[in-house]
Write a protein that binds this ligand. Structure first.
Ligand code: ADP
Ligand code: ASP
Ligand code: MG
Length: 439
């Protein structure tokens, strides 16, 4: 049995947390491949080491002296080394980092050092081999992740080791330049390692006892989800349930490896199993709720739109030509609405509107900003009636005005649009209507 275990930043923020991690790993012989993040926050207004590195590098780029910032980062690591009683010095590594920062080695290189250094400490602490992710996670020359090459290189390299620590978040391009995934990307590394090893399970250890039915920062003490499918999880993580990086599902999915989300601070909790498919009946009609703020809707009205072949394509082409991705697109007979991210849209607003006028000659073009989208997700919703009605009632009772509601074709999700300011109230109201009273 082989388990790949990834530990997030808060699980590795201090020597105390490292010790909990050590106990978890030693409690099970199959936990042989470890993917650490950089040290995260020790308390709520602490700074993650990754953020300290970005800031430090920005000073270097601005030609300023960055000694003080780098020293503060070194202190974070030294505190951990000392707390663990290790005989390890990172002096050499910090010398190299200083030189590379001065030579402007890049923002990605800078950020990646958080995981790199934590990986060295973790390997030393566990007595596992250290495998630099730059040698096994491959990006192509354009900076795109090369999944197949990585899988081959990683599988070959790890076959030669019994137990290893592979730092999360980064890899390298063919010219050796370090490249990172987007923020939270250590989750992706864990998944890639699990795929290469054909692991039995990918354990993702964090600071909550699994995937919760709603964001715990909005709903008080939300119910944990016992089993969730990859598809449901993808909908939720894409829509902002930030517990797992939205791309972390793809590598393990290829091999049908389950992900188990666990809590480093409560290792006895079973957490959430994320699986390809399951006959387990969900506890509630819905599995979870997630959402994001900051959308604009562009509504296009035109009589007889439905009979104008190519109308939709022409509209979407305008967005594509302006480099704007669309998030959601509900439509009616003579109307079509496109939801886009407000921050991507604002600066191109007038250009997009002018092009839409020119290309499809709408009767009315209407914009609405500061909107939030909420996804209500669940495999248990299929073939169940009355769900939309229940959502409407819950939102009306909470005095939340619904701007849009749309059911996805898979019947796996319902998307609801509300004003940003009603976002939290809406999530709370939907949660209260479906979980746990409904179970
Ligand atoms: P890590 O540092 O371990 O990678 P993250 O901070 O990336 O952890 O993710 C865990 C956090 O995700 C939790 O502390 C919680 O605040 C947040 N979160 C948001 N939505 C959910 C959800 N639906 N279930 C669980 N946690 C959630
Ligand atoms: N340390 C990186 C970040 O803060 C990656 C990760 O934690 O997964 O985004
Ligand atoms: Mg994370």
């Amino acid at each position: 049995m082989v388990k790949v275990v990834k530990f997030g930043g808060s699980s590795l923020a201090s020597a105390e947390q490292f010790k909990k991690v050590g106990n978890i790993i030693h409690a099970d012989d199959s936990r042989r491949y470890v993917v650490p993040s950089a040290p995260g926050k020790r308390f709520s207004d602490d700074t993650k080491v990754t953020d300290m590195l970005y800031k430090c590098y920005a000073e270097a780029e601005a030609g300023k002296n960055f000694d003080k910032q780098l020293k503060a980062i070194k202190e974070r690591y030294n505190e951990i080394i000392k707390g663990l009683g290790l005989k390890l010095s990172l002096d050499e590594q910090f010398e190299t980092i200083k030189k590379k920062f001065s030579a402007l080695a890049g923002k990605d290189y800078a950020a990646s050092r958080g995981e790199y250094l934590n990986g060295i400490i973790m390997a030393n602490y566990l007595g596992y081999e250290f495998v630099d992710a730059a040698t096994v996670i491959c990006f192509d020359k354009d900076g795109e992740f090369d999944a197949e090459k990585t899988n081959q290189v990683m599988a070959e390299r790890l076959a030669a080791t019994e137990s290893a620590v592979i730092p999360g978040f980064y890899g390298a391009m063919p010219n050796g330049a370090v490249k990172t995934f987007s923020r939270g990307g250590s989750d992706v590394t864990g998944s890639i390692v699990a795929r290469a090893l054909k692991a039995d399970v990918y354990e993702n250890w964090t600071d909550v006892s699994g995937f919760l039915a709603a964001d715990p920062r909005i709903v008080e003490n939300p119910q944990p989800i016992t089993v969730i499918t990859y598809k449901e999880l993808r909908e939720l993580s894409y829509m902002g349930a930030s517990v797992l990086h939205e791309s972390a599902i793809f590598p393990v999915r290829k091999e049908g490896i389950p992900i188990n989300i666990r809590n480093t601070n409560a290792p006895e909790d079973k957490g959430t199993m994320i699986v390809e498919t399951t006959c387990s009946i969900p506890d509630c009609t819905i599995t979870g709720i997630a959402g994001k703020k900051g959308f604009v809707s562009i509504s296009i009205d035109k009589d007889m739109m439905n009979s104008e072949i190519g109308f939709g394509r022409k509209v979407l082409q305008v967005f594509e030509d302006n480099g704007i991705s669309f998030e959601h697109m509900p439509s009616g007979i003579d109307t079509m609405t496109v939801f886009v991210h407000q921050d991507e849209f604002v600066e191109k607003e007038q250009k997009v509107l002018a092009e839409l006028h020119r290309v499809v000659k709408p009767d009315v073009l209407e914009l609405e900003s500061d909107l939030a989208l909420i996804a209500v997700v669940g495999r248990g919703m299929k073939n169940r009636s009355g769900i939309v009605g229940k959502i409407f009632t819950a939102l009306a009772d909470a005095k939340v005005n619904v701007k849009m509601i749309d059911q996805g074709s898979s019947e796996l999700n319902i998307i609801i649009g509300v004003r940003n300011k009603y976002f939290n109230d809406a999530v709370k109201a939907i949660y209260a209507a479906f979980v746990p009273g409904d179970c």
